[in-house]
Design a protein around this ligand. Structure first.
Ligand code: FES
Ligand code: FES
Length: 185
């Protein structure tokens, strides 16, 4: 289940997205806690903005059909496929990419769980998997069994088919995140 702020497809007919006047559009947003602003092509996708403009290449592009989930980031706290969003429609948003998860040099508990449980093989799907998993845990209210994890990650494909370890990693990551929450209370 992915949040769609405004899809590239649906926005394609709007004035901003159609490139009327051949002009760029001004966009400003907060990415990984840092304010960024730029003049961009109104047709630029969020994933292009992140990768090509900000050089945050941890967000991957694995398909051109919005199916693989390699491009998942958080937009205003919800998982979103950044290949389905125009950067211009994210004006004013808070975006978090995989590069923004670790804090003070310490891996996020979900990243740590993927490391400990070998939840990756080639690693191509991993940033999107982790961003989706963090969102899934945050939305689950602590109730996540194997079925719910597999269901919740249906929008993320692993071409190495390492799903068994990914589910184990998300289970452990969810427990780690719950432990962190309790420690903070
Ligand atoms: Fe976005 Fe595949 S690149 S879903
Ligand atoms: Fe290779 Fe998932 S680890 S695509």
């Amino acid at each position: 289940m992915f949040f769609r702020k405004k899809s590239a497809e649906s926005a394609a007919g709007s004035g901003a997205a159609s490139g009327q006047g051949n002009g760029g559009v001004h966009v400003s947003m907060t990415v990984n806690g840092k304010a960024v602003a730029a003049e961009i092509d109104p047709r630029m996708l969020l994933v292009q903005f992140l990768r090509e403009h900000l050089r945050l290449t941890g967000t991957h592009v694995g398909c051109d059909t919005s199916q693989c989930g390699a491009c998942v980031v958080h937009v205003d706290g919800r998982a979103a496929k950044s290949c389905t969003l125009l950067a211009a429609t994210c004006d004013g948003s808070k975006v978090t990419t995989i590069e923004g998860l670790a804090q003070d040099g310490k891996l996020h508990p979900m990243q740590e769980a993927f490391r400990q449980h070998h939840g990756l093989q080639c690693g191509f799907c991993t940033p999107g998997m982790i961003m989706s998993a963090v969102d899934l845990v945050q939305r689950s209210g602590g109730k996540l069994d194997e079925h719910a994890i597999r269901d919740g990650l249906e929008g993320n494909l692993c071409r190495c088919t390492g799903y068994h370890n990914i589910v184990a990693a998300v289970t452990a990551g969810a427990a780690n995140m719950a432990g962190m929450r309790q420690a903070a209370e």
